[in-house]
Design a protein around this ligand. Sequence first.
Ligand code: SF4
Length: 447
Amino acid sequence: MLVFANHLGHLDATGRHTHLLRDWSGAMISGNILYPPMEMLYAAAYLRRQGCDVALVDGSVRHWPHHRTIAAVLAHRPSHVITVSGWYNLQDDLAFLGALKTAAPQVRTILAGPNVTLDPAAALASPAVDYVALGEFVDGVDEIVSGRLARNVAFRADGGMMVRPFAPLDPLDRIPFAAWDLVNPRDYWVPFARRYPFALALTGVGCPHGQCAFCHQVSYFGEAHRSHSAGYVTEEADRLLARGLREIIYRDQVFTARRDIVEALCRHLIARGRPLTFRISTRVDLVDRDLLALLAAAGCYQLSLGLETFSDAALAWCRKGATVADGARAVGWAKEAGLEVSAGIIVGLPEDEPFSVRRMLRLLRERRIDFPQFFVLTHRYDRPRRAFVPVHDHPAALREQQRRMRRLALAFYLDPRYIARQAWRFAKVEGLRRLPRFAADFIRYFW
Ligand code: SF4
C-alpha cells in the first residue's frame, strides 16, 4: 500500500499554517485557498494501473495537525508514504516524515517536488527520507515501489547518494485520468473559481520557451513541451463532467502551446453545449484574437498571463521572449473576448523602471487587469548549475522589495471601486460563503 500524504504546512506553536499546491510550482498559498493535490491524483491513478494499492490522506484541507494526518496515513498500514515538498517548506516536510518514521520505522518514505529535484541531497541528508522521486514524480514513485530504481530517483547508497537519470515520461497519455475518487472535490475552494465543485487538470507539461530567468520548469519537466493527445483531453473533460465536476482549472504553464489540441477541446465543448467553465494560463505570444474568442465561446472565463512587468528592459533581463506591447495586445484581445485577466507581476526586477505604486496602479487599471498576482524576485535560475542564485545581495534589499509588493497589493485590492466591481462578480458566482475568511487572510498576509 502506497499512501500520498498532503499535510498542512508550516505549523508552529501559535497554530499558524499554510497550504501548499504540492506540484511543479512548489508554491505556498496565502490564506485558506484550498487546491486539490492534482499531481498526487494523477500519480495515484498511474500507480493503481501498475497494480499498486493506493490511498490519499489530505490533512491540509482538514486543517489537521501533523500527528493527526500521520495517524490517518498509518491507519492504511502503508509500505511507502510519499509527500511533495515546496520552495519554503522543506524543514516542515522533513519534520512530518521524521515523526512518521518515529511512529512506524518500517515505512519507506518518498519526497518529491521541484526543490528536492534540484537538490536531492538536502532531503537525503535527513534520515526521515528514504527516496527522492525526481521531477514529475509519477514514474519515479513507480520505480521506487517496484524496486527497479533505474531512473527518476535518488537514494542513499554505499555511504553516498545515488542519482538515477532523469527521463521525462513520454507519451504523456501513459498517465491515466486523475484518481478523483480519492478526494471529495467539494472540500476545495479558490477565490476566482466560477463554479463548484471544480477540478484541476493538465493538458500538457513543460514550456516551448523554457528560458525565463526565474523559471525552473526545465528541471522538473525537461526541455521539451509534452502534450496529451486531443482524444485524451476531450475524454478527460467528459469524465470530469460525468463525475459531477463543473469547472476545470487547467494547471498547464502554457495551455495554448498546442493550438490544434486547444481547438479540438473547444470545438468539443461547444458541440456539447458548453457544459463546463474553465480557466487557463499561457504566454502572451501564444494567443491571438481568434483563439481567445474560441476559448471564450467554449466556456473559458479567465486567462492568466505572465506579464511580469511593464518595462521592455526588465523583460529582456528575464529573457521573457516577449515585449510589453505583446502583453498589451494579448490582454486587449482577451478583454474583447470577454475574458477576465489574471497577470503575474514581479516587483523589483533588475532593469525595471523606478518603483512607484501610482505608476503600477495606473498601468494595471489601463490594461483592465482583474486579478494581478504580485511576486518578489528572490532568485534567478542558473541553468548550467541547475541551481537558484539569490538576486539580492543584502537581506535589506529583499525586505524593501517585499514591502513594496505588499503596498502595491493592498493599494490594488483594497481600492473601494475595485471592491465594488468584484463584490458584484462574486455575488454572481458560487463559493461566496468562504470569501469573508479569505479576505481576512489576504489582509493579514499582506499587511
Ligand atoms: S514562459 Fe512561463 S513556463 Fe515558460 S519559461 Fe517562462 S515562466 Fe517558465
